[in-house]
Design a protein around this ligand. Sequence first.
Ligand code: URA
Length: 247
Amino acid sequence: MQQDGGRMQLQDVLFTQGFGTRRICAGLVQQGHVAVGGRAVLDSGAEFVTRGLRFCVDGTEWEYHEHAYLMLHKPAGTECSRKPSAHPGVYTLLPAPLRQRPQHGAAPGVQAVGRLDQDTTGLLLLTDDGQFIHRMNSPRRHVPKVYEVTVKHPVDDAQVARLLQGVMLQDEARPVRAAACDRAGERQLLLTLTEGKYHQVKRMVAAAGNRVEALHRSRIGGLALPPDLLPGQWRWLQEADLAALTA
Ligand code: URA
């Protein structure tokens, strides 16, 4: 589809960015829904250089992205599963084109990079780049993730020491330890983990003798959840954000 010099027909631009089947995308252009550089383009076969291409569909501006890399401030009461059972999926917080981007050999749309529990809030990455998901989730990478944990009982030194030394979790052969653990208040912990085991924070805190009441992920690698990204809001990751993730 991509042609020499990074040029692509406008109908294919729309198709790759999740605006529907090729036929629907051709129709969108021909019916005057799409503008480039402030002018409607009616020729669905018109070619554009995709790098940095900005276009409007029904007045909403989009930029061409070969892959989508997003951050979302996950609100409580949302599920990361593609087939949520009891709560709305996080994907409902994204515009339709991001949910519909075509993927070769995979479900369409962006996928969450790892999962947060339905009641966990904070930084969630989403992408349609399967290799990126694989790299970020690889246990060998040890990408640190920082969690702000509110617990039921006052935190004591022994609990912090246990979390740092390692606790035994069911179905794990070895103790699982936090890479860092600081008391941030009477019932607050700042916990850094480099793995992503199922319910890991909740199970570790329970094994250390306390109970998680609220959980918020504030950082992945060097990327912090921006304070102005409110619960339910999302934004594109910039080059610097992607670099910070693995810095
Ligand atoms: N650990 C948990 O227990 N839950 C999460 O959502 C993330 C990490």
